[in-house]
Ligand binder design. Structure first.
Ligand code: G4P
Length: 529
């Protein structure tokens, strides 16, 4: 228990949302509260604009800037908070899913006007895989949104999680008057403010206090009393254990752009959110309090700028103490490596760090030693498990345009897929290489990088697949027969796992029905338990 104090201080989390719900704005307000930035707008300029461009070089340039804000660290109320950024651009969704394996909890931002959206659903599915504790922030209450009860019902139903309101809004849109804090029974009146120290809280003795009628008017006060009575009867007090188990999500209402409702969120977050948690490995569960260091790589960022051809591997520390210049064991390569310039991602500057503790994320300069899911230890052989791979959405055949450069192409595509840019499949019983990506953008990135970094020219030929399913079966013969029989739809992933590539939902469902001995999985794990 050498590092218990450091562990107890740390909170590592991510903010997730469907694009445009307000993730960047909320991030910025939290950083303002934590004193990590002084002015509004500091985070915004680093954001990948979702609609502005489809030019991948421009996006890469912005992504390059955003490395600096990949992990934002700030202190609040004696806690050291690591906020891991997740890309807003849909085409980088896989990056987000993997980042979620490196956090201990999340804050989910929902737009009060749009409610649950596509990306909200998918992100919550990933959280569910690990029972990650979730706090919900319902944003944009200053706009005419959905009825608050309907909205809660929609979130509960769609995201399959019980909600526990911590604050309750008084109207929305231009009639939005503020929120009632159900926990400490205070009223905060809505003022549009961008300051971090906005403290417009009105203490009231209880919900029947006449001050309420004075401040928000009799009609709204009566509605609020009715709402609160109903909520208190249904929900009672927050059961923190249920929140930590990922079963109940505390909910806050606010308006991030107006810095409203953010302080309540942060105060509850530091009070209830989990400290660095134990993590499963291929051998045993690793406790953060163990003396010996261990960690895993969840993201690799390559710089496309030819002047800075460096890669940064993002490693989450899971146990013990990471130290600069100390040799650690790279389990997959069975090799000891040391790092002279480990990098911390403080929001203000890139600093070389001397040490790091469980919950921290360290940037390791990499010349090709790492792939996603790699584990570092002080000698023990195990892999951290539960880092997911999901089915790509677009599939294309990789066509070599220059037979003289076949070797370079091979090497390049192996390395790029190690970084997690795309997934590589090889046609079953053949050599055809199939690249699967979440968005069109990645194909451009791959083509560009293969040419500029490996000197290999390629092109892509579209394939009519819509989903990859990983196959398992207790009946080896049946599985082999299936793969052979469905050869045009069968492939192996990079680790040699059998995969079925379906043309459409109809085909997929038909195969599932016709092959009860075979299990079709929609995600795969990089290292299995
Ligand atoms: P994202 O990272 O989840 O994609 O969302 P982001 O914070 O960029 O917010 C998306 C848009 O929503 C921004 O407007 C932002 O100003 C606005 N927004 C955020 N919080 C609130 C809120 O509480 N109320 C209202 N009414 N709007 C909010 P934009 O016009 O796209 O960008 P910008 O020009 O303001 O930068």
């Amino acid at each position: 228990m050498k590092y218990q104090k450091e562990i107890e201080r740390r909170r590592t989390f991510a903010i997730i949302s469907h694009p445009d719900a307000g993730k960047t704005t909320l991030t910025e307000k939290l950083l303002l509260f934590g004193g990590a930035i002084q002015v509004a707008g500091a985070v915004k300029s680093n954001k990948i604009k979702k609609h502005a461009t489809s030019d991948f070089m421009e996006i890469e340039r912005q992504r390059g800037i955003s490395v600096a804000t990949s992990v934002m660290t700030f202190e609040y109320d004696g806690h050291l908070i690591n906020l891991l950024d997740t890309p807003g651009h849909k085409d980088f969704a896989e990056d987000t899913y993997r980042t979620l394996t490196a956090v201990d909890s999340v804050i989910l931002v929902v737009d009060s006007v749009n409610g649950v959206e596509d990306q909200t659903r998918r992100l919550m599915e990933v959280c569910r895989m690990r029972d990650t504790p979730v706090i919900v922030f319902i944003n944009k209450m200053d706009r005419d949104g959905k009825n608050r009860f309907d909205l809660l019902e929609e979130i509960e139903k769609e995201l399959k999680i019980s909600l526990h309101p911590m604050t309750w809004p008084i109207n929305s849109g231009k009639d939005f008057k503020g929120v009632y804090n159900l926990d400490n029974k205070s009223l905060r009146l809505f003022t549009a403010s961008t300051k971090a120290d906005d403290d417009d809280v009105i203490a009231i003795s209880d919900i029947n206090d006449k001050v309420l009628d004075e401040k928000i008017g009799e009609r709204d006060a009566a509605t609020l009393r009715e709402d609160v009575e109903l909520i208190e009867t249904v929900h009672g007090n927050l059961n923190v254990e249920d929140y930590l188990a990922g079963m109940i999500a505390p909910v806050f209402f606010g308006s991030a752009v107006n810095n409203f409702g953010v302080k309540e969120l942060l105060e509850t977050f530091v009070k209830v959110s989990p400290l660095p948690q134990p993590r499963e490995t291929s051998k045993r569960e690793v406790e953060p309090s163990e003396d010996k260091f261990s960690g895993f790589v969840f993201k690799i960022h390559a710089n496309l700028d030819p002047k800075h051809r460096d890669r940064i591997a993002f490693m989450r520390v899971c146990s013990g103490k990471f130290e600069r210049n100390k040799y650690f064991h790279h389990v997959r390569l069975d090799k000891d490596l040391r790092f002279s310039n480990p990098y911390s991602f403080m929001a203000r500057s890139k600093d070389i760090i001397e040490d790091a503790y469980p919950g921290d994320v360290v940037g390791l300069f990499d010349t090709g030693n790492f792939k996603i899911g790699d584990t570092l230890t002080e000698g023990e052989d195990f892999y951290f498990t539960g880092i997911p791979t999901f089915s790509p959405e677009i599939f294309k055949e990789l066509v070599n345009k220059d037979p003289m450069k076949t070797k370079q192409l091979e090497k390049g595509i192996q390395q790029l897929t190690d970084e997690g840019v795309a997934q590589l499949f090889t046609q079953f019983g053949g050599t055809k290489k199939i690249i699967g990506c979440v968005g069109e953008l990645q194909f451009e990135v791959i083509q560009y990088r293969l040419l500029h970094e490996y000197g290999a020219a390629c092109e892509f030929r579209s394939l009519p697949f819509y989903k990859a399913c990983w196959l398992t079966s207790n009946n080896k013969q049946k599985l082999e027969d299936f793969l052979r029989f469905k050869q045009t739809n069968s492939a192996e992933d990079k680790d040699g796992n059998p995969v079925y590539l379906a043309q459409s939902e109809w085909f997929l469902n038909t195969e599932i029905q016709n092959n009860p001995d075979i299990e079709f999985h929609f995600s795969s794990e990089i290292h299995k338990a």
